[in-house]
Ligand binder design. Structure first.
Ligand SMILES: *Cc1c(COP(=O)(O)O)cnc(C)c1O
Length: 717
């Protein structure tokens, strides 16, 4: 096993050796000054590694290292950043330790199948993972004692390539652990730590990696170790790949192995938080531990319930993980006896009559053993109460004990660069510390329209040069046909109204809605004086053929000369692409079929960047829209899908034609669209304080973590 930190450190002279520690603490990913330091270190390398400091330190030339370690400007900045990091790591002045000093000694363990911290650690696929990553970063900023538990996928999530006909190809790069900010967890004797998990007849070994996320830790499990058989080694290779057997095995490792991983780290969490049902088996392992310690099943279950949080993200029954009883029996046959249960009693724990008949449902298991349950927006809370009412027989729908905590995004990860500097100038000097206070944002009024507008133009130009540069690189490397360069966005017009649509290509997101009436769309796009262009991005799940056809359809539209290079499809949507898009487009478009968008965090990222939403009133936007900060599409909810699509598309076109496009192009004498800038300000003012993870993690803490931590104390566990 390569000690990558040691390897990077070895390459550096003592004067700048702590650069290796910084590269191994992903704190740098949301701190401008730390990113600036790496840019100063070697800007071309920073770009060519897609902002991966560990790889940079491994690949930098010896000459460059020598040169930079003597550069006084660099050294001054280096010292300042190291001091800030050290203070952050030590400090007790953060919110949590100040308000709850008696609860700092035991962590909150947060389980998730994916964590999106930064593209250099590609162990996420989309919204669920990015939310977990943002939650972890915020936990660090607020000073929560916090450990995340997840998987290290050795091939990550796939990279998307689009062929000449727009067909999505999935590329699975073999990730190199030494190029990621990982440290192997070792036991006291310095050997790599292993935990064991039983799968059917086999006991497999799981390696543990640790990632520093500021003050928080993230523990990633990895079954790709030489002691395991090939199938078992491949278990943690891919996120959401494989069949049902693979899936149930992964979930056994995540839930049961995860608890053992936490123990192996020597931690005794007070509170356990499940981010979606994939990690649901963790409740069984915790009950098993307690029963082994001499408690009855009922008493153990009571303790587990009192200290567990379950967050659901899926508003449709079919989206919840459920396994055949036979499959559960195959994998967990050895589990009911230690719990003191019969097979039937065991199966009851997760039994639910779902869309495909009765099955062992992971959400049901999770919710039955968590006293704190929530959906991720107000509307999603309602939908969840209705969907799961059957679990609480006799309970009126509004009494069903599932609450909601609306998602947010980690502001420093999504707002930075020119806009961040503008906030420095016009908000308070310590605005970052107070960014969830609505009053603070009233000061946006003082930002001159011209400055905000020009700042946005700068972000827009950055996005376009990013898109062009990608297309150029792919073309010269021979991976792209000349006609694909057009679709890749090389001819986007920096002056034209630019509308972004970037998200997973799940059918419910209805990326096709915009193309419902192509003639009408053409008229909107080709208006001589008021041109409009669209930037699409997003991956389809590799097994989702319908979604891949949809991408192909949009691709063919984008290739059509009749749409004139005004529709771009940016390949390989990930956090890197997402950042440029949410900062650089003029409008963020979202057209889900209500109520399928549980929250939809990308719209929050855009809004904070002064990019108003044009969106179906679904998920967070039901709460977020205030009449002046964007445009709502009030969807048709009765009728069949075709009727809904027709009605919603007509409303979308109407808004574009009558409101969005005219307002964008309504300029005053100095070329500033005053009315538009008002909407931009209103978008920032409303989104930044309310739809940030600072507000969200505080809510989780006050409403769930603290009562659960106090219960743990009281129960003596
Ligand atoms: C924020 C984000 C998402 C979630 O966006 P939705 O609005 O839920 O579609 C998905 N993928 C990436 C890469 C993101 O950054």
């Amino acid at each position: 096993m390569v000690q990558s930190a040691a390897k990077t450190r070895e390459r550096l002279p003592p004067r700048i050796q702590k650069l290796a520690d910084l590269a191994h603490n992903m704190w740098w990913s949301w701190r401008q000054e730390a990113r600036d330091l790496f840019k100063m270190f070697d800007l071309p390398l920073w770009r060519s590694t897609n902002h991966n400091p560990v790889r940079m330190l491994l690949e930098a030339s010896a000459e460059r290292i020598e040169e930079i370690s003597k550069d006084p400007l660099f050294l001054r900045h280096y010292d300042a950043v190291m001091l800030t990091l050290q203070r952050e790591l030590e400090n007790g002045h953060l919110w949590f330790p100040q308000v709850y000093p008696e609860l700092t000694d035991r962590p909150i363990a947060y389980f998730s199948a994916e964590f999106g911290i930064h593209q250099s650690l590609p162990v996420y696929s989309g919204g669920l993972g990015v939310l977990a990553g943002d939650h972890t970063k915020e936990a660090s900023d607020l000073g929560l004692p916090f450990v995340g538990v997840g998987f290290l996928y050795s091939q990550g999530y796939f990279r998307q390539r689009l062929g000449p006909q727009g067909w999505q190809e999935a590329v699975y790069p073999d990730l190199k652990t030494e190029e990621m900010p990982l440290l192997p967890v070792t036991s006291a004797d310095g050997e790599p730590m292993r935990i064991e998990v039983r799968l059917v007849e086999q006991v497999i070994k799981v390696a543990l990696w640790e990632v520093q996320i500021g003050r928080a830790r993230l523990c990633l499990m990895d079954t790709d170790v030489p002691e395991n058989a090939p199938w078992d080694r491949g278990l943690s290779a891919r996120l959401y790949g494989g069949d049902r057997e693979m899936r149930v095995s992964q979930e056994v490792v995540l839930g049961i192995g995860g608890v053992r991983a936490v123990r192996a780290l020597g931690l005794h969490p007070a509170v356990w938080h499940m981010n979606e049902g994939h990690c649901g088996f963790l409740v069984l392992e915790r009950i098993r531990e307690l029963v082994e310690g001499g408690l009855s099943f009922d008493k153990a279950a009571e303790i587990v319930r009192a200290t567990t949080i379950f967050t659901t993200h899926t508003p449709v029954p079919a989206g919840h993980d459920a396994f055949d009883f036979a499959l559960v029996e195959k994998y967990l046959r050895h589990f009911w006896e230690p719990l003191g249960l019969t097979r039937e009693q065991f199966m009851e724990l997760g039994r639910f009559d779902g869309p495909t008949g009765p099955a062992f449902n992971m959400t049901v298991l999770g919710m039955r053993f968590a006293n704190y349950r929530n959906g991720v927006s107000r509307l999603h809370g309602q939908v969840s109460r209705k969907m799961w009412q059957g679990l609480w027989p006799g309970c009126a729908e509004e009494e069903v004990p599932i609450e909601y905590i609306t998602n947010g995004v980690h502001l420093p990860s999504w707002v930075y660069g020119p806009l961040d500097k503008l906030f420095d100038k016009y908000l308070r000097y310590d605005w970052r510390e107070h960014h969830d206070e609505p009053d603070l944002w009233e000061r946006l009024d003082e930002v001159p329209d011209k400055e905000l507008w020009e700042t946005h133009q700068e972000q827009k130009r950055k996005m376009m040069s990013f898109i062009r540069e990608r297309a150029r690189r792919r073309r010269i490397s021979g991976e792209m046909d000349p006609h694909q360069v057009l679709v890749a966005g090389a001819f986007l017009d920096p002056e034209a109204l630019t509308i972004g649509f970037a998200r997973r290509f799940a059918t419910y997101k209805r990326a096709y809605l915009l193309f419902h009436d192509v003639e009408r769309l053409k008229n909107i796009i080709h208006n001589l004086h008021r041109p409009v262009q669209f930037v699409f991005a997003g991956k389809a799940h590799p097994a989702d053929e319908a979604a891949k056809h949809l991408i192909q359809h949009i691709y063919s539209m984008a290739q059509d000369p009749a749409l004139g290079g005004r529709i771009a499809f940016v390949e390989d949507y990930d956090m890197h692409v997402a950042r440029y898009l949410v900062q650089g487009v003029d409008v963020w478009l979202n057209t889900p079929r209500r109520p399928h968008e549980a929250s939809g965090t990308s719209g929050q990222k855009a809004a904070m960047n002064g990019v108003p939403n044009l969106s179906v009133l679904d998920g967070w936007w039901v709460e977020g829209y205030n009449g002046a900060n964007g445009w709502p599409i009030d969807p048709m909810t009765d009728g069949d899908h075709a009727a809904q699509d027709a009605s919603d598309a007509a409303e979308l076109y109407r808004l574009l034609e009558e409101e969005v496009v005219p307002l964008f192009y309504k300029r005053d004498a100095d070329g500033i669209p005053r009315g538009w800038v008002q909407i931009m300000k209103e978008a920032i003012r409303t989104a930044a304080p309310l739809f940030c993870t600072r507000r969200m993690v505080r809510e989780y803490t006050e409403r769930f973590y603290i009562p659960a931590a106090r219960a743990a104390k009281k129960l003596g566990v």
